[in-house]
Design a protein around this ligand. Structure first.
Ligand code: ADP
Ligand code: ASP
Ligand code: MG
Length: 426
């Protein structure tokens, strides 16, 4: 995915290699730097890690809900803001955090230097809003570490080869941290957040959710891509590819946390790793489409040409000559997607389109599910017992997802969690 630019001279290489052994990357999420008291708390933790003999690189997110607030601000000016300007705006959130944290660390008597993604040299492709990292220049960071400084890097951002600022997609500071840990060969990438680790369901939804001491990259990737916001899924993918141990911990206490690592024999063989909820999608139905070969191909290739990502799709065999096609898209893409979908509907002479933006996708994830039958039935019964209607279903070897009424998503998660007896043992 990315190359690393290393220092050239042999002498520096030797020196930095010796030093590399002790590099620790820590990432603090938005909730951990939401106010000055919390920034000072992070500063104390970073300084403590440094004084234990580590060389510390810290990645920080924008304070609290800053990114959402900036998105709202842009929305007050334009329905569809220019994507380059959007990245220019969103990258400022993280810049605030790094500067404040550097000052707080100075106050504690340690030397620290803050850097934007641009200054580090995190080179990405040109996809504004969802850029992929292509190359990271480790030289400046290593030089600053060698001078005894704590290096503080703004998460979620990079620059293109043409010097344009880009962002890495929501939750992208996790990706910055894991990518830096990989190029710096850090011993571990610590992700500090506002819960004690990764649980088998969002602990804010299920009060007796169980914390997992360890989880495999594959399970975490699946949970993250299905809605477990605690880690950005692409960051876990990069962690897996480059074998970076990721430790998720709480920035407000010293609880042990969850280690995300390679699957190994010692891991508990569980059927279900977790239940997730995604409330960020919307359902679109194309009504009364002629039911004949080639229609779906035409609709979805038009949508793909518009660069719109589709998630679940359902289409039934009709008894008439017409059928409806439903699918889900990310709600954040909806405004951009609708004109494209309308055109696709017109192209196949459909009657029109219908949008439901109050849906929730509930998923059950488990690598151990592959060889078990009966899991889907049990999940559907949990929903039926609560009178929750299933609007769409999709399955793979390691997950089952159901779309339900958005108002009942959390209840659905709790019902399934209970049905599979995933709660804390008393
Ligand atoms: P940060 O600001 O630190 O990046 P996020 O809000 O992105 O934090 O992620 C942490 C949140 O993820 C938690 O507050 C929790 O509500 C949510 N979450 C969702 N699913 C899970 C899960 N399975 N385990 C732990 N937390 C989860
Ligand atoms: N601030 C960005 C966001 O809210 C990146 C991050 O927090 O990881 O998505
Ligand atoms: Mg996050």
């Amino acid at each position: 995915m990315f190359r690393v630019t290393q220092p050239r001279s042999f002498a520096t290489l030797r020196m930095t290699n010796k030093v590399l052994q002790m590099i620790l990357v820590q990432k603090y999420g938005g909730s951990s730097v939401a106010n000055i008291k919390k920034v000072k708390n992070v500063a104390r933790r970073v300084v403590a890690a440094k004084r234990k003999g580590n060389q510390v690189v810290v990645v920080v997110s924008a304070p609290g809900d800053t990114t959402d607030e900036l998105i709202d601000l842009a929305g007050k000016i334009s329905k569809l803001p220019n994507r380059r300007e959007m990245d220019m705006l969103l990258s400022t959130g993280e810049q605030m955090s790094v500067a404040l944290l550097a000052m707080a660390i100075h106050e504690l008597g340690e030397d620290a230097v803050s850097m934007t993604g641009y200054q580090v040299g995190i080179i990405t492709d040109e996809v504004h809003g969802a850029a992929k990292i292509e190359d990271i220049d480790a030289r400046r960071m290593k030089a600053e570490l060698a001078k005894g400084k704590i290096v503080i890097v703004a998460g979620f951002q990079g620059k293109t080869a043409n010097h344009e600022i880009t962002t890495l997609g929501r939750g992208g500071s996790d990706l910055t941290a894991v990518a830096l840990a990989s190029v710096l060969k850090a011993k571990v990438c610590e992700i500090y957040t506002d819960v004690d680790g990764v649980y088998n369901a969002d602990p804010r939804i299920v009060s007796n959710a169980r914390k997992l001491p360890v989880i495999s990259y594959d399970e975490m990737m699946e949970m993250a891509s299905l809605g477990a916001k605690v880690m950005q899924s692409r960051s876990v993918e990069v962690g897996k590819k480059y074998d970076v141990p990721i430790l998720v911990r709480n920035s407000m206490n010293n609880a042990e946390g969850t280690l995300i690592t390679k699957e190994n024999k010692k891991m508990e063989k569980v059927l279900v790793s977790g239940i997730t909820l995604n409330e960020d999608e919307a359902k679109v139905t194309i009504l009364k489409v002629p039911d004949k070969p080639g229609i779906a191909a035409k609709v979805f290739s038009k949508i793909a040409e518009g660069n719109i990502n589709i998630d679940m799709i359902i289409q039934n065999k009709s008894t008439t000559n017409y059928t409806d096609i439903s699918f889900t898209v990310f709600r954040s893409d909806l405004k951009r997607a609708l004109p494209v979908i309308r055109k696709a509907a017109e192209a196949v002479k459909a009657r029109g389109i219908q949008v439901d933006d109050n849906i929730a996708k509930v998923s059950l994830v488990g690598v151990g599910m592959k060889s078990h039958s009966g899991v889907a039935g049990k999940m559907f019964s949990a929903l039926a017992e609560k009178g929750i209607n299933i609007e769409m279903i999709s399955t793979s070897e390691i997950k089952i997802s159901c779309v339900v009424d958005g108002r009942r998503g959390k209840e659905a998660v709790r019902a399934i969690h209970k049905k599979f007896e995933l709660g804390k043992k008393k």
